[in-house]
Design a protein around this ligand. Structure first.
Ligand code: ZN
Length: 155
């Protein structure tokens, strides 16, 4: 495993691009998932999407403190309710803001071994799924911040 450089929204256009579907679970994807997990833990994040390490593939990792989840080609298939809470992003250091997300979602994806899985999440897990899947579509949380809730500690 190896740490990868985390891209920054100010300098890395890749964060605004759409990621490509993974059509084959090869060694490269397995290594990418491992490296992303290591990079996420090292940076003390709860989630990371491949564009955040400079790769335009639909690959995410999440750990909200309940264990590591590796997802390839994740898609939200069902959602319910609304929750508003604070978010940040490893690619947008120093900025936080509140974002409205579904309170419950169901996601389908391939797991780290290429098997079809379905996962459900509420609270922070639902938020993390939405935030990371947004990254795969070039969307950042700052695009969705509830007006008046954005804080920038860099200023
Ligand atoms: Zn992010």
């Amino acid at each position: 495993m190896a740490l990868r450089r985390i891209t920054n929204y100010k300098t890395d256009d890749i964060l605004r691009k759409k990621s490509k579907y993974v059509d084959k679970m090869d060694e490269k994807v397995v290594r990418l998932l491992d490296d992303m997990a290591e990079t996420m833990y090292h940076a003390k994040g709860v989630g990371l999407a491949a564009p955040q390490v400079g790769i335009l593939k639909r690959v995410i990792v999440i750990d909200i403190g309940e264990g590591l989840v590796k997802l390839v080609n994740p898609e939200i298939v069902e959602q319910e309710g609304k929750q508003q809470d604070i978010e940040g992003c490893l690619s947008i250091p120093g900025i936080t803001g509140e974002v409205v997300r579904p309170s419950w979602i169901k996601v389908k994806a391939l797991n780290g071994k290429g098997k079809n899985i379905k996962l459900e999440g509420t609270g922070l897990l639902a938020r993390a799924f939405c935030h990371e899947i947004d990254h795969l579509n070039g969307i950042l949380f700052i695009d969705k911040v509830v007006p008046g809730t954005k804080k920038d500690i860099n200023i």
